[in-house]
Design a binder for this molecule. Sequence first.
Ligand code: DGY
Length: 323
Amino acid sequence: MANVYITRMIPQEIIDTLRRSHEVEVNPEDRALTRAELLRQIHGRDAVISLLTDSIDGEALDAAGPQCRIFANYAVGFNNFDVAAATQRGVIMTNTPGVLDEATATHAWALLLAAARRIPESDRYLRAGLWRGWAPMDFLGQDVDHKTLGIAGLGRIGTQFARKAAAFDMKVIYSDLKPSPEFERQYGATFVDKATLLRESDFLSLHLPLMAETRHYIGAAELAAMKPTAVLINAGRGPLVDEPALVEALRNKVIWGAGLDVFENEPLLAPGLAELENVVIVPHIASATTHTRMAMGQIAIDNVIAVLKGEPPLTCINPAVLG
Ligand code: DGY
């Protein structure tokens, strides 16, 4: 029986399904493995289901050993994978695309609305017993309806995010490597360059993959180019934003607000970020719905089961290894 290691607890039903056909061991601790534990635990496994917090590079692949056929990420993002190193060693890498688009896009909207209408800030105020009754000038926020929504990165999640803008009759502009005429037709969206996106967006949401080219897509210069009333949303990857620069911009009201699901050095926050009232921060939970986390697990085990049977996986990141 092939031996599969799962680096952290995922939904039990998924593990039970995999156990019907394979020997499965799961990290019993409710925490990420240390690097030393990871290297030790993956040694000798035929397949590994890893998390976005596990860095799977050449060292990890070598620690797993040449019998290891697949690393299946329990995430759509795979910036924790050294894909070239895996391809060089003939190891298959997979992710979980498609099943978390709606949950993640909805969560980005939750951040947008919460930041625009100052929901967490006013909730804190009320709980602290500070409310003295209705007041005309309390917690004035930003209108969302009829505003300009900017989208950086028009992948599956960016597209789902755009789709929901119709509810607020927003003008949608977007930037990506190339325009999508089909998307423009469907959503009345306009393709713009990055400078226009920064200049015109009332709300700017990041849906780019994290790569060398997209690291610090938003830094001090980009923040300065945005409207002083703008709200930045990031439910992609933390390093898309220069977080200390964002803290400065929020503190000095260079932009009006932000909603962040992801951070540059998770689980740490940039100094000063948590003290700011004009930012909504949540701990990387955009895909955290029961249904979505099950669906992610199902893809991960379907990939593992297929590869261990000698079949191609459903969602291969490095198809070059399939020959
Ligand atoms: C992903 O899948 O990449 C998210 O960040 C976690 O679901």
